[in-house]
Design a protein around this ligand. Structure first.
Ligand code: GAR
Length: 210
């Protein structure tokens, strides 16, 4: 099976969704490493419980971003991972460190990209008066939340929604979206052609809708 590393900074519910999908037999991959920039991340505890190797690196003990990212990616390479999934990893990655991984890293972002790159996506969708919100999985490039979008899941915004309800209603959609995209990637149906995603041999002109 394809070897996959995951990076996460927080509670790790998206990691849990990946592990559950694997347990259900829907995700034929082997998780070889879960890494974090936060030693206290819930995602690390989940990985330990699942018997997956973990790695916690503290950015404060490196001279700069590039030094941290180069060390991080060296360790990911050493783990044997072929693919890397960012599941709530809240750091910007250095373009130089990313280069050898082009087309092999995906990220989940809680907005309908290209809307609302960066933080506070739920609040920004509400403030803009949007009728719908959603989540996107995209290939990671040096541009923050700017890589080609692979797939999206959509959610209507209700009159009573606030930031918290929106985040809460979006999460189960994220938990379906991320394993589904990783399964296509590991299965070879989804590919990176140097510029963007190809699906079933054809360039993906619109994100897949899940
Ligand atoms: C998820 O909502 C994910 O989309 C978001 O962080 C949350 C992590 O939750 N990611 C980003 O905002 C990336 N910029 P989790 O730790 O429970 O998976």
């Amino acid at each position: 099976p394809a070897k996959v590393a995951v990076l996460a900074s927080g509670r790790g519910s998206n990691l849990a969704a990946l592990l559950d999908a694997r347990t259900r037999g829907e995700l034929p991959v082997e998780f070889v490493l879960v890494g974090s920039d936060k030693a206290t991340a819930g995602a690390l505890r989940l990985a330990e419980a699942a018997g997956i190797a973990t790695l916690a690196l503290d950015p404060r003990s490196y001279a700069d971003r590039r030094a941290f990212d180069l060390d991080l990616f060296e360790r990911i390479t050493d783990s044997g991972a072929e693919w890397l999934v960012l599941a709530g990893f809240m750091r910007i990655l250095d373009g130089e460190a990313l280069r050898p991984w082009a087309g092999r890293i995906i990220n989940i972002h809680p907005s309908l990209l290209p809307k609302y790159r960066g933080l506070h996506t739920h609040r920004r969708a509400l403030e803009a008066g949007d009728a719908e919100h959603g989540a996107s999985v995209h290939f990671v490039t040096a541009e923050l939340d700017g890589g080609p979008v692979i797939a999206q899941a959509r959610l209507p915004i209700g009159a009573g929604d606030d930031e918290q309800s929106l985040a809460q209603r979006l999460l189960p959609l994220e938990h379906r979206l991320l394993p589904a995209v990783l399964a296509e990637l590991a299965g070879g149906r989804l590919q990176w052609d140097g510029h963007g995603p190809r699906f079933d041999g054809r360039p993906l002109s619109m994100p897949l809708q899940l």
